[in-house]
Design a protein around this ligand. Sequence first.
Ligand code: NAP
Ligand code: 8YV
Length: 323
Amino acid sequence: MPQGRPRILVPGKMSQRVLDRLPETFEPVFVAAADPALVTPDLAAGISGIAVGGKLPADFIDAFPNLEIIANFGVGYDGVDAAHAAKRGVTVTNTPDVLTEEVADTAIGLLLNTVRQLPAAEQWLRQGHWAKEGAFALSPLTLRGRTVGLYGLGRIGLAIARRLGSFNVSIAYHTRTPREGLAYTHYPTLKGMAEAVDTIIVIVPGTESTRRTINAEILQALGPQGVLINVGRGTTVDEAALADALQRGVIAAAGLDVFENEPYVPDALLTLPNASLLPHVASASQATRNAMADLVVDNLIAWFETGAALTPVAETPFKRKGA
Ligand code: NAP
Ligand code: 8YV
């Protein structure tokens, strides 16, 4: 550890566990948001690290001349301009692996909720309809006989596929590069996969290459029995096209944990009975969020103590100067 405690800036909201742990090793500094207008030159010069849970644009990164590392709370780091950080020689870290199994569990739960309408069935019971009016309506859809296509087969996609293996469904996937040694059918195009399956689970990062790739054409290819599940990022789905497809029966149902403009969800989706909606909770158990928080802080400690972060993102494979 260098002389003096490194000053770590926390812009906006952050996990309480990160806030509790930071002062054990660092001098935390807070600003209300990642807005360069809130940063005085004095404050800027002293900051060597940032711990962030929301957006971190290029102009905010540029406000800190001595910045070395940005520790992102989350495996998805679409909120951080990592390409710009790389140009500046600033390391970016994320929180892979520690949330993989939790997110895969949630994806399966959301799939079952969507296909079998379990949240609506629970409301039927709680609102007294079961006792007064009788059984909840039979679900028009079933998981039986389905072919599930994973859009993304990385850490989380593979954990979802492994769970699906015990559900007796057929499994396919679309990624840019096929994975070696797996029995699942690989489709080199998203359209090709959408034509071949009746269920798509989205678990790709929110990047320019995935932006609004689930569009009207893909939903049409998925077809009238089609089910779309999104546990990746909201930006991957054209939400207007999805709402239209759900309204007109172009596909049968959708389950969404993520949205383009969180926490705001378009009315067109909110009012649809064939959409099962969650408020971005796929990793949101106390245990998993604690593990993510620990990895945020441990990345900062490793950087300043050893000169190498634990989980740097691919764009920034840097070592600390002098390490
Ligand atoms: P990962 O291990 O990096 O896997 C990403 C997968 O997406 C890879 O299979 C990759 O394959 C594929 N991919 C990337 N760009 C693609 C493209 N343009 N076309 C087709 N496939 C593409 O990441 P992970 O740990 O599984 O996490 C995935 C994402 O899930 C995160 O980035 C995050 O956005 C999201 N997530 C959401 C929640 C939540 O709370 N809902 C929680 C955790 C994660 P190729 O590179 O071969 O294409
Ligand atoms: C978190 C996530 O909900 O890790 C991710 O990419 O989307 C989730 O685990 C989010 O990062 C917390 O803000």
